[in-house]
Design a protein around this ligand. Structure first.
Ligand code: PXP
Length: 270
């Protein structure tokens, strides 16, 4: 049976805080500081609705022990990002996080570069979606905002998709308000509408910042954003709790006034 979709406070738009890069900094020196669990607890007190952590094959940030502690010792639901491999499936079934987000993974990449090929990888993905769902874990597929990927996700029986916002964020950071940024934003809007039409819960994430999040938060059918690198980097300057609080406030303002946030289609008005 699939668990209720939200275990955190009921909100229109949930914030999942990805704490991978707390572990990246810890691993730079070994030892235990900074502790990702401490970050997870601070995120909870700052208003995060969930914690996201990616256990990579090469364990470059999160470790198996981190995942065990995050499942066992924090109150917030854990969204475990992982590749569709037998090793990761066994770990997920052992720890039973609230949710698993299946992501593509390449050893050589510095971050998750694109979405899963749900359309081309049906045979590979089907047993993962089935086994995780049967264990009561909410499964999401991290996909590019493309119609064929959404249809494939629905056919696979995944209840949730997470749309990759990386191309939009890159276009925005190169030159906000340009056609390229608007085009990428439109792809995300169309995909979010299509996800709803297909009965899929829709999340989004990757590369989001205070500047890029408002038009995304303004998309009314999105229910969860997962944000990591920017929050952890910004926390160096402003502290983790104030940074997360500010992100929540920016998201909520955009949700309350979508036109002002660029939700009406014109990014240059912001
Ligand atoms: N969602 C997914 C599926 C991801 O793989 C990542 C990166 O680990 C994120 C969201 C968060 O991206 P960022 O760290 O750029 O905010």
């Amino acid at each position: 049976m699939t668990p209720p979709l939200a275990r955190g406070p009921a909100r229109d738009l949930r914030l999942g805080v990805n704490i991978d890069h707390v572990a990246t900094i810890r691993n730079a020196r070994g030892g235990g500081h900074p502790d990702p669990l401490r970050a997870a607890r601070l995120a909870a007190s700052a208003g995060a609705d969930g914690i996201t952590a990616h256990l990579r094959e090469d364990r470059r940030h999160m470790t198996d022990r981190d995942i065990e502690r995050l499942v066992g010792e924090i109150e917030l639901p854990l969204n475990l990002e992982m590749a569709a491999t037998a090793e990761m499936l066994a770990i997920a079934l052992r720890h039973r996080p609230h949710a698993v987000c299946l992501v593509p993974e390449k050893r050589s990449e510095v971050t998750t570069e694109g979405g899963l090929d749900a359309a081309g990888g049906r045979l590979l993905l089907e047993p993962f979606v089935a086994e995780l769902s049967a264990a009561g874990i909410r499964v999401s597929l991290f996909i590019d905002p493309a119609p064929d990927q959404l249809e494939a996700a629905a056919r696979l029986g995944a209840p949730v998709v997470e749309l990759h916002t990386g191309a939009y964020c890159e276009a925005w950071l190169e030159q906000a308000g340009t056609r390229a940024a608007e085009r990428e934003l439109e792809r995300l809007r169309v995909a979010a509408a299509e996800a709803e039409a297909l009965g899929l819960e829709c999340h989004a994430g990757h590369g989001l910042t205070f500047e890029t999040v408002p038009p995304i938060a303004a998309i009314a059918t999105l229910v969860e954003l997962n944000i990591g690198h920017f929050l952890i980097g910004e926390a160096i300057f402003g502290g983790l709790e104030p940074t997360i609080r500010r992100m929540r406030a920016v998201m909520e303002a955009a949700r309350a006034a979508p036109q002002a946030a660029g939700g009406g289609g014109d990014l240059t008005r912001r």
